[in-house]
Write a protein of this length. Structure first.
Ligand SMILES: O=C(O)C(=O)C[C@]1(C(=O)O)C=C[C@@H](O)C=C1
Length: 336
């Protein structure tokens, strides 16, 4: 078991921990208790009709530790953050997903983000010299903090809930306030000095449920696929050659980010989400096209869209059009 496991939530799993789709599944998440990621796992388990499985889920202190545990088979599925509507991609997750073989995204969950400023009882706004929170949370409250506690210094913590947990414990953390979820303040016995302190009231974070290798979940008609692409070399039109594989098949991309490979300055891979499931003809054709023109295509999963919104596909790009075209080509080749 990874050393980064957070102890207070690593309770043993009861023998009878669930039924149906989630029966016997050992869940994990980027913790500790009170993270937005735990809220995402709670929402997923609720949608499966098995909210009680949250109690036996294992919390990991970092995203790489959670993904290591699923890669090693210590847990079956872990929830991690991947993208925030204000701050963009969570690089720790994108890089850790790409650095491990065989991981598969099986589901996505959207969680509206609301932050509170949590303190120990008796602390006032004027007492706050430093504030602890996750590096993705701080930029989302920067405006509020500048207006209300301009002298407060930012101290990065492993997660929003880790900042709250340390304030709620006996020690002396190097900050007097935590920016965290309302539930974390409650869990760790803190006082909420201010609520809804996010600069963007519509902030949403997208989380993904990741498993070890296996077949992707069945298509639902409203799915997404995530891949990582690497070019052979940096050259004019290189990215265009990759992207035209999508455009030619009427495939809409929903996220495109470049991430440094770490091998040398200026070397990048492209992390992409797009509409569709690997079982669909147009998606299969696009992946085959990418396989031909890219140096490497890492398939990271096809999974149901959280918003259940089906893609708009023109008739020329539906499964039937592809199979008719294939029959036509076969007839040309065979003369039948
Ligand atoms: O620290 C947490 O509570 C998390 O779940 C992580 C995380 C993130 O990585 O973006 C999730 C949502 C918020 O946007 C801030 C932090």
């Amino acid at each position: 078991m990874s050393d980064d496991r957070v102890e207070d939530t690593s309770a043993a799993r009861p023998a009878d921990e669930g039924r149906g789709a989630a029966e016997g599944v050992r869940y994990g998440y980027f913790g500790p208790r009170g993270t937005f990621t735990q809220m995402a796992l709670a929402s997923h388990l609720h949608s499966l009709g098995m909210p009680q499985l949250l109690d036996s889920a294992t919390a990991f202190a970092t995203v790489p530790a959670a993904l290591d545990a699923v890669a090693a088979g210590e847990v079956d599925e872990v929830m991690v953050p991947i993208e925030n509507s204000v701050e963009g991609g969570v690089s720790a997750t994108l890089d850790a997903l790409n650095a491990r073989d065989g991981l598969l995204i099986r589901a996505e969950v959207l969680v509206p983000i609301t932050f509170v400023l949590a303190v120990r009882a008796g602390t006032t706004l004027g007492d706050i010299e430093a504030v602890g929170s996750h590096s993705h949370a701080w930029p989302q409250v920067r405006g509020w903090m500048a207006a209300n506690a301009p002298a407060a210094q930012y101290i990065p913590t492993l997660s929003t809930a880790a900042a709250a947990a340390d304030l709620g414990a006996d020690g002396e953390p190097p900050y007097q306030a935590a920016v965290c979820a309302p539930g974390a303040a409650e869990t760790f016995g803190l006082t909420v000095l201010a609520s809804d302190i996010g600069d963007n009231a519509n902030a949403v974070t997208r989380f993904v449920l990741v498993s070890g290798p296996g077949a992707p979940p069945a298509p639902t008609g409203a799915d997404k696929t995530t891949i990582m692409l690497y070019q052979h070399s940096d050259h004019a039109g290189g990215l265009l050659a990759l992207l035209e594989q999508f455009a030619a098949r009427d495939i809409n991309m929903t996220r495109l980010e470049s991430r440094p490979t770490g091998a040398a300055m200026g070397q990048y891979g492209f992390s992409i989400d797009f509409e569709g499931h690997v079982s669909e003809e147009r998606v299969g054709e696009a992946l085959m096209g990418l396989h031909r023109v890219a140096a490497q295509v890492r398939f990271l999963g096809s999974y149901p869209r959280a918003d259940r919104r089906p893609p708009v596909i023109s008739a020329q790009h539906g499964d039937r059009a592809f199979s008719e075209a294939r029959s036509w080509l076969r007839s040309l080749r065979t003369g039948d």
